[in-house]
Design a protein around this ligand. Sequence first.
Ligand code: 0O2
Length: 212
Amino acid sequence: ELKIERDSDIESWMEVTLVYNSALKQISTKLEILNDEFQHVHRYNPIEHIKSRIKTSESIVKKLRRHGYESTIQNMVQYVNDIAGIRVICSFTSDIYRIADMIRNQSDIRVISIKDYIVNPKPSGYKSYHMLVTVPVYLSDRIIDAKVEIQIRTVAMDFWASLEHKIHYKFEGNAPAHIKNELIDCARMVAELDAKMLSLNEEVRNIDQRKD
Ligand code: 0O2
């Protein structure tokens, strides 16, 4: 349970949610604009789709406990980096870095940290590109820099991660060894599929260019 003891705590929790929701709206709009511009210039959409979510209070409390912190609103905001999360799904691995660069180039977005689980996959086989950023949220009387975790991955990586996440929760992290191994093998197949799809796409694009 979150420690909500006073009316002022309820007020703060509502404010926190409001700020993170606004931050998600801002980042989503920025990404949509970048995607539209890219389509206009290159006749191609780097983004397949975008999903965003606010982490549930249960999941925030679990994370705080895991890291040994008390469940206060102050600790949530300070230590939980993915209260506001946005997932950007694209077709090809090359799109991932293209999108990350476009985000980095936005002057009001500050990049706090990067975790490239594509270059350095997790032991589970997990691959994705994570950016922790802050975006300014303009309220009536002040500006708040809100943290947003952006996860960028291909459709294939997303397919893998959804099933792995489900299995991870079902077995509370202790899935039987053969299932873990099968998942690692699937991750290898996903990487192979992504590489093949990328090279196929490049080949087709080169043919198109020669025709023009
Ligand atoms: P949910 O339900 O997605 O919100 P942490 O390791 O979580 O204490 P940190 O720095 O937040 O610390 O970790 P990280 O690795 O930057 O990002 C965590 C998020 O990445 C996870 O959120 C998942 O969404 C995703 N992720 C990381 N590793 C894996 C993995 O092995 N498999 C899958 N399917 N997803 C992964 P949460 O909070 O776990 O959950």
